[in-house]
Design a protein around this ligand. Structure first.
Ligand code: HEC
Ligand code: HEC
Length: 332
């Protein structure tokens, strides 16, 4: 009797182990499964480079993450001369992710299709999954022509030899989970500008405002009922914690009472030529929002983003924007 139970137990154990090993090998070896990079040769024209430059600096803000930021200034503008050389590193407890050099020094041996697949599906040249800190889910919803323009532009950047080349690393279990995240893109044409809400939604998606302006639960999942309602926390390199604010049209807790002019002016304060950034003393209010990048958007585009945000459902959600480091935290 005893032996029978033991035998049954052993068989069950072998089955379970086989199943677990099977699932893990599938996740590790067969995923991500987004297909091969497309066969693609992007035709480069001055217009395309101009469009790509605008999107890469000011809307998709690739160069807010893939450049070094000057944290001694408010909103940490990108440091001139480091554009595309890589910059931001995110050590987020489940892994360490680096926005690496994307100048021709690093991407010179990638095909256009491989760059395209990385931006829109989140899979690198070697077929490995990228962590969705880079909002590739949103880039996969853009017009293909806009992605082509961005690629044409980043290929025209001066090669930066030093830059950041450190490979990213996912700790267990993220080293498995990450393979399930990349997805096939779902492209949409640019809406007609006369349809301001749809056009504004397109730009807001490309700028991934929602990624920062939505709080996450303990598992790191976005709390969708609070989309755009703010409250995501970011440690600030100069000390303290900043939280994204509520940008739904709620009257009291969001931006419901803002006019379009106020909204546009808020961004335009940070325009390169007009803006002299105040120096930050450690512990001062500072922010991760790349204001100086977005400031380069046209008034028409910022206005469309405003109109789209005002079309959302108002959500009552109060956020304390900044908290200084407490004495207990800083006493290292
Ligand atoms: C919020 C920050 C952020 C933004 C914005 C961003 N990226 Fe990234 N990007 C990253 C991070 C972080 C990685 C590394 C992810 C990883 O290794 O898992 C990455 C990886 C990449 C890679 C793969 C590089 C390699 O060596 O494997 C390319 C190419 C790339 N980004 C291009 C772009 C382009 C083009 C844009 C704009 C359309 C963009 N990124 C916007 C943070 C960002
Ligand atoms: C990297 C994260 C990040 C991204 C991306 C981001 N924001 Fe923010 N945003 C913040 C944080 C943090 C704050 C609060 C601190 C501050 O005022 O800068 C903020 C503040 C704001 C404010 C000020 C609201 C007020 O009450 O003063 C507005 C408006 C805003 N964001 C709009 C946007 C829009 C529109 C986008 C997309 C185009 C966007 N943000 C993208 C992090 C982000």
């Amino acid at each position: 009797m005893k032996q029978k139970i033991l035998k049954g137990f052993l068989i069950a154990l072998v089955l379970i182990v086989t199943l677990v090993v099977g699932v893990l090998s599938y996740v590790k070896l067969a995923l991500p499964n987004v297909g091969p990079p497309p066969e693609l040769v992007i035709e480069v024209t001055p217009q395309k480079i101009e469009r790509g430059k605008y999107l890469a600096h000011h809307v998709a803000a690739c160069l807010a993450c893939h450049s070094e930021r000057d944290w001694s200034q408010f909103a940490a503008p990108p440091i001139a001369g480091t554009e595309g050389g890589g910059g931001e590193s995110f050590d987020i407890g489940i892994g360490q992710y680096h926005a690496r050099n994307i100048t021709p020094k690093q991407l010179g041996n990638w095909t256009d299709g491989e760059i395209f697949r990385a931006i829109t599906c989140g899979v690198n040249k070697d077929g490995e999954a990228l962590f969705p800190l880079m909002p590739y889910d949103n880039y996969g919803k853009m017009d293909k022509e806009d992605i082509y323009a961005i690629i044409a532009y980043i290929k025209s950047l001066p090669a930066i030899n030093e830059g950041i080349t450190t490979p990213s690393n996912s700790d267990f279990p993220m080293s498995f989970i990450i393979n399930t995240i990349p997805q096939k893109p779902d492209f949409h044409p640019i809406p007609n500008k006369s349809n301001t809400v749809d056009y504004g939604r397109y730009l807001t998606t490309m700028a991934s405002c929602v990624h920062c302006h939505t709080p996450q639960d303990e598992q790191g999942q976005f709390i969708e009922e609070l989309n755009f309602a703010g409250g995501m926390e970011f440690p600030v390199p100069t000390g303290g914690t900043v939280r994204s604010t509520n940008i739904t049209p709620h009257d009291k807790t969001g931006i419901g009472s803002w006019t379009k002019e106020t909204f546009i002016a808020r961004f335009k304060t940070f325009t390169d030529s007009a803006y002299i950034s105040p120096k930050i003393v450690a512990g001062d209010f500072n922010t991760v929002m790349p204001w100086t990048n977005y400031a380069g958007m046209t008034e028409e585009d910022l206005g469309a983003i405003y109109t789209y945000l005002q079309s959302l459902k108002p959500i009552e959600h109060t956020v304390e924007r900044f908290e200084k480091e407490s004495m207990a935290d800083s006493g290292e």
